[in-house]
Design a protein around this ligand. Structure first.
Ligand SMILES: Nc1ncnc2c1ncn2[C@@H]1O[C@H](COP(=O)(O)OP(=O)(O)OP(=O)(O)O)[C@@H](O)[C@H]1O
Length: 356
């Protein structure tokens, strides 16, 4: 068998570690590289104390890898992750390196996955994702909502969900239920004001966990709120799931449209279907005098969709009630009126097209 990371990982999964499990199942191997006949990797223990106790494991891992046919030398370094011993967090822990790629697969029971994306931040992607999820649920669909904006999770607030998700076995996480939608966000597992400071691989591993370790149950559609831009999370979602398609949100402003085009280009490169463009924060109607203003321009997203040959799914006005409803944790799509109707129409189109 040719030398590869998988061959080495298979070997390392035979090396037991103190406290149970092995180097791979305990997710202790970092920066594995195979360079010709040389293999390098790091064993990352949780604390300096644990690292000292792992020296025999390091030596065993080195010997095992050097015994693999084709390996001339193995360089194995022990490091400690956090210095002083950290107090164990109650409940499930999100944050680990990604597991090996085993091809695109949806979480079991999840029929479709819709990604809500944007090129630029702050254009209302999370607002659209939460309202769309609620609108789909109101039309009888079984809906999940996954906050994949790991650095800036805003869905717990927008959906009014604050309860820490339960995990009876410390591994499988139960989603929380909000307004008829099963939802999960890393924000529900962190303390308020706690920041996530991770590099790309940890983000990718966290997304895998949020998809695979959450007990989503049977869902017609899982709506995924992506972070803005074109990064690791977008790549992981497209490569690790069978994405039904992406909805790209933009304001009509030129700078937002420029970034929306990049998002469309990314999905094209990843061969993920784009189901349509949504214009958010289009017309503003003054609640006092009825005057209509186009604060971020007008019609730009529809024109862009036409130019690019992508469906235009609808224009959502800029309205104070949308911001207030989001801040209060009761998406505007739960109510009656023009905004709720606009979301109901987009949801209806998606259901009618077999996409949700
Ligand atoms: N149509 C709208 N009318 C009024 N306010 C809106 C509208 N859409 C979004 N907002 C408000 O704009 C702000 C940013 O929206 P949101 O958080 O949904 O954007 P985002 O694109 O997800 O941002 P991020 O870059 O943080 O992911 C929020 O306060 C939200 O309530």
């Amino acid at each position: 068998m040719p030398l590869s990371n998988d061959v080495i990982l298979a070997e390392l999964s035979r090396i037991a570690v103190p406290g149970g499990g092995d180097l791979v199942s305990r997710d202790l191997v970092r920066a594995l590289s195979v360079d010709g006949e040389t293999v390098r990797f790091v064993i990352e223990a949780e604390t300096a104390e644990a690292a000292r106790a792992m020296e025999p494991v390091r030596a065993a891992a080195q010997a095992a890898v050097e015994a693999v046919p084709g390996v001339a030398q193995a360089s194995v370094v022990l490091t400690a992750h956090g210095g002083a011993a950290a107090a164990p967090q109650p409940g499930p822990r999100i944050g680990r390196h990604p597991s090996p790629d085993d091809g695109p697969r949806n979480p079991s029971g999840v029929d479709r996955i819709l990604a809500v994306a944007s090129g630029k931040g702050g254009v209302g992607k999370s607002t659209v994702a939460s309202n769309l999820a609620v609108a789909l649920a109101r039309q009888g669909r079984r809906v999940g909502l996954l906050d994949a904006d790991i650095y800036g999770p805003s869905l717990p607030r927008m959906m009014g969900a604050t309860r820490r998700p339960a995990s009876p076995d410390g591994k499988i996480i139960e989603p929380v239920s909000a307004h008829g939608v099963a939802m999960m966000s890393i924000g529900l597992l962190l303390k308020e004001d706690e920041a996530v400071v991770w590099r790309g691989p940890m983000l990718m591993g966290a997304l895998q966990q949020l998809l695979g370790q959450v007990n989503w149950g049977r869902l017609d559609v899982l709506v995924v709120d992506l972070p803005p831009g074109t990064g690791d999370i977008q790549l992981t979602l497209c490569q690790r799931t069978q994405l039904t398609g992406a909805l790209v949100v933009s304001t009509p402003q030129d700078v937002a449209l420029l970034d929306a085009r990049k998002a469309l280009d990314m999905f094209a490169k990843l061969q993920a279907p784009v189901l349509g463009l949504i214009e958010n924060m289009s017309t503003y109607i003054c609640p006092n005098c009825g005057h209509e203003a186009h604060i971020f321009g007008h019609g730009g997203v529809e024109a862009e969709a036409r130019k690019l040959g992508v469906p235009f799914l609808g224009a959502l006005p800029l309205a104070l009630e949308v911001r207030e409803a989001g801040d209060a944790g009761r998406p505007v799509a739960l109510g009656e009126g023009a905004m709720a109707e606009a979301y109901a129409q987009i949801a209806g189109r998606l259901i009618g097209g077999g996409m949700a």
